[in-house]
Design a protein around this ligand. Sequence first.
Ligand code: FMN
Length: 334
Amino acid sequence: MSINETDQTITDWPDSGSEVSTLPVARLIYASESLVQESVLDEMRRIRDHALANNGPQGIRVALLFMSGWFVEWMEGPEGAVQALVERVAQDPRHRGLKVIHRSVGRPRLFRPWIGSIVQTPERSDAFGLRVFEQLDRFEAGQVADPASVWLALCSPAVTDMPAPLGQYPRIMLLSARGARVFELVTWLARVQGQPLVRRRFAGGVDDAPDVESDYLDLPAHGRRGLRLIANARKGLAMGMTHAFLPDYAAVAVLFDKDAVANQRIVDRVLSACRQVHHVPTIVGLGTHEELTNDLMEQVERQGLAWRAARTRTAEPDLADYWTALHPVLDRLD
Ligand SMILES: Cc1cc2nc3c(=O)[nH]c(=O)nc-3n(C[C@H](O)[C@H](O)[C@H](O)COP(=O)(O)O)c2cc1C
């Protein structure tokens, strides 16, 4: 398996002193076409250096993504500072045609002065551009959306006809306590359900984590609203983007292992991430009878999160056994 699933990166949270307040901030998202000819990674690093120097003192936090030849930047902070930044960035010769596609005031979602990622995808820039114009039309027509759903509509669109509109179908994060079994699970499920699997690799070097894979699969026939399963690498828990989107997950399903130490470690990391973003998703424990211990359940419940056990019927489960255990539990979340 190509996924490098080591545990070298421990979730690296900002110091508690730099935790973001929940007071409302101005939020803005724009999209622009990149004019960068050489290495995008190098250019992102240069932009990061400016952003780190400028954004922090201005109380601004941004997430910048490069995908399919487009930049998408989500800014949060004091209204005047956000406006001044977007006006300055609009003059930058490294991109053109900057279009503001979202403005709102609300709870902050970005927890660092800078989050950068490069999504590696075969999608062409004109296909991406169509979504930008769709979002622009909605914005100009006065349709109000939250920034996370605008971002998702652009960067992680539903690949099939989901019954519920974007942002309204449950999203479930899948994590393996050890190895990369959740990636195998979504790959297998995509095949048996005849649905496309979207593979995403986020380039390292511009964020706080090295290369991270995140694959997603939409299941439109699941429940009333459809369901998105997102397999995440453990080290993805250290990424600012994961923190920003954690509040959108209805549940985090953890595929446990025979190794109790690995199980404890992943529970610690998930609980720590949820504490930091003040989110209380349901935690689904997926594994065998022996792996899903009362102790793990109690730790989850002590933090105020609901625990659901998805127990496999056999002690040596294969991928089909995991899905048989998991999907009724996900049904009941709807
Ligand atoms: C796509 C893109 C995003 C950028 N985002 C930021 C940002 O968040 N903060 C920032 O200070 N500069 C950002 N820049 C760089 C600015 O356009 C500008 O080069 C820089 O702020 C100038 O900084 P200086 O006044 O310190 O020289 C961005 C540039 C591009 C092309």
